[in-house]
Design a protein around this ligand. Structure first.
Ligand SMILES: NC(=O)c1ccc[n+]([C@@H]2O[C@H](COP(=O)([O-])OP(=O)(O)OC[C@H]3O[C@@H](n4cnc5c(N)ncnc54)[C@H](OP(=O)(O)O)[C@@H]3O)[C@@H](O)[C@H]2O)c1
Length: 322
């Protein structure tokens, strides 16, 4: 990490107050938002901010019990909320197509897609159902498959005559932890290595999410010419993400954590700010809505041949489940 990366890491502990607030959000009646993993944490706060826009919101996550509890809580605050859930478990690629189909059977448009679900600090050797390292599988491979399955509806929505330019967006949650990733953001020879420490697995997975979604944009120029694709760093928020940390790790990490509402504002800024356009595709947004920076070598992988090789490796393994 360079000094500039370190400065950003420290600055994110004390972000300025959000200035793009619910009063500034546009009306999203008739529009559809899909967000993964929003039954808790950052995603939950983002949904709370997005509900009053009038959008129909789908939350995709893995536990019906936790989803129903979260939706019941949100409906207490917002009885008219147009909120729905669909089950998906990114730990098992066989569930992703069913989730996408279930969404596509109900909706003919998708305005804002927010890849938010994620895990951190799973013990070394944790594997997905298909045998992939779990951070790679859950944070990157499952969402990549979902992205591929939803590409046609995103394109269709962005191409509709009544769709405002730059309104259709794809957001992918990133993290300062991408700064701890392997050189270039991933180690091609270690993608199937199950012996690495969680910090490296998590750091690589976050770098890889950025690489994958920007390589997606590059591979679909007709789509991405109309759709801002943004990397969202939510800062440091006290959420379920820290549940697998040891007490020792948690002791230090807890000192950095903010209220997740700050992260919610950051997501809402990326989803709705009129300041962001396709010119911002690839930007790394930090709390509560400022343009930050990715580590230089990771940023390069987002558009170069190294990143394309990663995309091919992942697509070869997820597309059989499409
Ligand atoms: N919190 C931070 O400081 C921080 C910092 C940087 C980046 N982030 C990123 O922010 C995003 C949201 O995390 P968070 O902090 O809000 O943590 P969180 O409260 O644990 O939320 C994560 C969400 O992902 C869901 N999820 C986990 N595994 C899944 C799976 N196999 N299939 C489908 N959904 C799954 C969780 O569902 P369950 O409730 O069922 O587990 C939960 O809804 C993540 O991408 C994370 O990497 C967070």
């Amino acid at each position: 990490m360079t000094w500039a990366d370190t400065k950003q890491l420290i600055a994110n502990i004390w972000p300025p107050k959000a200035t793009f607030l619910p009063k500034d959000y546009k009306d999203l009646k008739g529009q559809v938002v899909l967000i993964t993993g929003a039954n808790s944490g950052v995603g939950y706060e983002a949904v709370k901010l997005l509900i009053p826009t009038g959008a129909r919101i789908y939350i995709l996550s893995r536990s019906a019990e936790r989803l129903e509890a979260a939706i019941a809580e949100l409906k207490k605050q917002f009885p008219a909320a147009d909120l729905h859930y669909i089950l998906v478990d990114f730990n098992d690629l066989t569930t992703v197509k069913g989730a996408a189909n279930s969404f596509l059977a109900k909706e003919s448009r998708l305005d804002i897609l927010i890849h938010n679900a994620g895990v951190m600090a799973l013990p070394t050797g944790t594997k997905t159902k298909q045998g992939f390292e779990a951070h790679l599988g859950i944070n990157v491979m499952g969402p990549t498959l979902l992205q591929e399955l939803l590409t046609p509806i995103l394109f269709k929505t962005a191409s509709e005559i009544n769709t405002t330019p730059n309104a259709v967006r794809v957001l992918f949650l990133n993290s300062t932890a991408h700064g701890q990733s392997s050189p270039k953001g991933f180690d091609y020879d270690k993608l199937e290595d199950l012996t690495r420490p969680w910090m490296l697995n998590y750091g690589d997975s976050k770098a890889e999410t950025g690489i994958m979604i920007l390589q997606w944009a590059k591979a679909h120029p007709a789509v991405s010419a109309k759709i801002p694709v943004l990397l969202v760093d939510p800062g440091y928020a006290k959420t379920g993400l820290q549940q697998h940390l040891s007490w020792f790790e948690a002791f230090f990490v807890n000192m950095l954590l903010n209220d997740p509402i700050i992260s919610g504002y950051t997501v809402a800024y990326c989803a709705l700010s009129p300041d962001l356009t396709v010119k911002n595709t690839g930007d790394y947004i930090i709390p509560p809505g400022r343009i930050g920076r990715m580590r230089d070598d990771v940023k390069e992988s987002c558009t170069n041949e190294d990143g394309k090789k990663l995309r091919q490796w992942i697509l070869e393994r997820v597309l059989p489940y499409a």
